[in-house]
Write a protein that binds this ligand. Structure first.
Ligand code: 6R9
Length: 651
């Protein structure tokens, strides 16, 4: 109930931009007017002014074959040149691109000139390994500069990267390698996390044993953790022996604007992750436009820090492509926020004089729990803009972020978008919009959204409905890798030519949008998307499990937490004498199969699951239970006594 009270109170709060901020703001009101007057002309202007085209485009959008869009299709550019070479050519070679901070405290500052050389070397190495335009390269790295270098090197030669988050298991990596038919994997021996080295190369070795496609010819390995690794001399190469010695001369070829740039896997409603496909010109245009306008980037003086891992879309668009296309100076941090001490992030803000910070509500909430004395031991006065992404930010956290981290008067922008949208879609523009805590507010210029009911009718007011995007946008996904049918079915079948986002939303009387969470079986744990179906199928793959149901239960810190209800096989039930040990074993099993982020907070061993007469599991009732509420309406259950029995077992 506190949430509703918060809403009622906070909705009245508005924060006008300060006159000083507004006077220097990058974004201007006129952007909305220009985009409203001529949406395609607006995006064409952005593409021309923010990017450098080898061959100018003449056509902005081709939407003759929806939902397959083409943006700037007859134009040609090189994405890496746009992120690197052109800045060096403009005399910015000595500007720091990346202040990298390793978890143990080692650090490196890399200029645009140095980053350009390193990317050219890596591009030469990849070409030497036979990687060509359109080939897929899997990247499984910690947050080290080589992760950025690898992505840009792949982009430079027109190949396609598939970054797999370093926390994913060998199984997850194997299925992603197979799905994309990757020919090269770039990894490290290990990386630092929570004060320890976590091995990566051994996970790749295991994944390649499990991968059925046998498509991987080479594994390129960065030395970082100094941990022991097995070596296959026919397949494996050290980065410091190959990339470091490769030539730093590399002529970049221009590719079509629609040349694929990357695949990024994300959870959907079914068990199998979807390979979301993004292409070059439109993606880079919107990433650069939003990075500049939503974060008020003054590249010549700002120090920007986005805390996301490059394994997620936020790391792609707002660590790699947006900031580098805009010539920004940024911080890249390898480790966890609390290693070796809970003030680590704030120490980094002080050390580099960070001015713009972009992070997730889950991080903000965990800092709130620790108390303001931790950030306040550091000088945070350089901060002048804060951003949030990944899940709704509750007004309380918004206010804390603004006051305790931001000193009380700087803008906080809550940015709504998805892996599929490629770049920010809904957000305030700092210096222009009056800010309203808890609401993501308005579509960015050039983006058209609507809230519809189940039948596709426009919904006004408090009741809310389904968030849709009504016009194609430059950074939209171009498909699901290898599965055009699933692409159509998932996003376009419900509303025809309008994009179905999978989020609930409502618009308040000022026209501001409030996000209400997913309407499908996708959970959001610490800003990471997880599918109930994927975790259920992992649980069922365990020899003890007969049946499993997974729900996302509200969690104070992580937003939602995974809670599983499992029925053991009768044949196994006798062997399992210790229920809590069995639950632990199943939690561990999920972490091994999918990755630690998917590890259930709780596993309840039960005898039955609540089902409708048609056999559908009623997750709503399990969620009531997991959240400690009175269990709701059970009348549609096939057997109404089931919930009483489960409740007794859980308590
Ligand atoms: C960028 C990213 C997308 C899902 C999305 C929504 C949730 C993201 C949000 C937000 C409310 C915000 N989400 N940002 N909900 N307010 N500002 O997170 O991409 O990992 O694909 O997740 O995250 O539910 O549908 P992705």
């Amino acid at each position: 109930m506190t949430v509703q009270i918060d809403h009622a109170l906070e909705e009245i709060r508005r924060f006008r931009p300060s006159p000083e901020f507004a006077a220097q703001a990058v974004a201007e009101e006129r952007l909305y007017e220009e985009a409203a007057a001529d949406r395609l002309g607006f995006w064409a202007d952005q593409a021309r002014s923010l990017l450098t085209w080898e061959k100018p485009f003449t056509q902005t959008l081709d939407w003759t074959n929806p939902p397959f869009a083409k943006w700037f299709a007859d134009g040609e550019l090189n994405v890496a040149v746009n992120c690197l070479d052109r800045h060096v050519a403009a005399g910015l070679g000595e500007r720091v691109a990346i202040h990298w901070e390793g978890e143990p405290g080692d650090s490196r500052s890399i200029t645009y000139a140095e980053l350009t050389d390193e990317v050219k070397r890596a591009a030469n190495t990849l070409e030497g390994l036979g990687v060509k335009q359109g080939d897929r390269v899997a990247i499984y790295l910690p947050m080290i500069p080589e992760a950025v270098v690898s992505m840009l090197a792949v982009a430079r030669i027109g190949a396609i990267h598939s970054v797999v988050f370093g926390g994913f298991s060998a199984d997850s990596l194997a299925s992603r390698i197979d799905d994309a038919e990757a020919s090269v994997v770039i990894t490290a021996d290990g990386g630092y996390r929570k004060g320890r080295v976590f091995p990566l190369k051994p996970v790749v070795d295991e994944a390649l044993e499990k991968a059925e496609g046998g498509t991987v010819r080479n594994v390129l390995v960065v030395k970082r953790g100094e941990n022991e690794v097995a070596w296959n001399a026919d397949r494996d190469l050290w980065w410091h022996e190959s990339v470091a010695t490769a030539s730093a001369e590399h002529d970049a070829q221009a590719f079509d604007a629609e040349n694929p740039l990357f695949i990024l896997y994300t959870s959907g409603t079914t068990g199998k992750p979807k390979g979301i496909l993004h292409t070059s010109g439109g993606y880079l245009t919107q990433a650069a436009f939003t990075h500049k306008n939503v974060f008020d980037l003054h590249a010549e003086r700002d120090v920007y820090w986005c805390t996301a891992d490059v394994g997620w879309i936020t790391g792609h668009s707002y660590v790699v492509y947006g900031p580098l296309a805009n010539g920004a100076t940024q911080v890249l941090y390898e480790g966890t926020p609390d290693t070796p001490h809970p003030g680590r992030w704030w120490e980094i803000v002080e050390k580099y004089g960070v001015t713009i910070l972009y992070t997730a509500p889950t991080a903000i909430r965990s800092f709130m729990k620790l108390g303001r004395q931790i950030p306040h031991a550091f000088n945070l006065r350089t901060l002048r803009l804060l951003g949030s992404v990944g899940e709704p930010i509750n007004p309380e956290a918004w206010i804390w972020y603004r006051h305790v981290i931001g000193g009380g008067s700087i803008p906080v922008v809550d940015t709504w978008w998805q892996t599929e949208t490629g770049a920010i879609m809904i957000s305030a523009l700092p210096g222009v919009t009056d800010l309203k805590p808890g609401s993501a507010q308005v579509a960015v210029p050039g983006i058209s959204v609507d809230i519809l009911d189940d039948d596709g009718n426009h919904v006004e007011g408090e009741g809310g409905g389904l968030l849709t995007i009504t016009e194609p946008w430059p950074s939209m996904l171009r498909g699901i890798w290898g599965d055009p049918e699933r692409f159509k079915e998932t996003y376009w079948e419900k509303f025809g030519d309008k994009y179905f986002a999978g989020d609930g939303a409502r618009r308040d009387e000022d026209g501001d949008i409030w996000l209400l969470g997913r309407v499908d079986d996708v959970m959001n744990v610490s800003g990471h998307r997880l599918s109930t179906a994927e975790i259920e199928s992992s649980l069922v793959a365990h020899p003890w499990t007969a049946e499993a149901a997974v729900v996302g239960a509200a969690d104070e810190t992580t937003g939602q937490a995974v809670v599983a209800f499992v029925i053991l096989k009768a044949s196994q039930a006798d062997q399992v004498t210790d229920v809590s040990a069995a639950a632990d074993e199943l939690r561990k099993h999920v972490a091994t199969q999918i990755g630690a982020i998917a590890r259930p907070r709780q596993v309840f061993i039960v005898n039955e699951l609540p089902k409708t007469r048609s056999g559908k599991i009623m997750r709503r009732l399990l969620r009531d239970l997991a959240e400690g509420r009175q269990v709701g309406d059970t009348t549609t259950l096939a057997d109404t006594s089931v919930m009483t029995a489960i409740t007794a077992q859980v308590q």
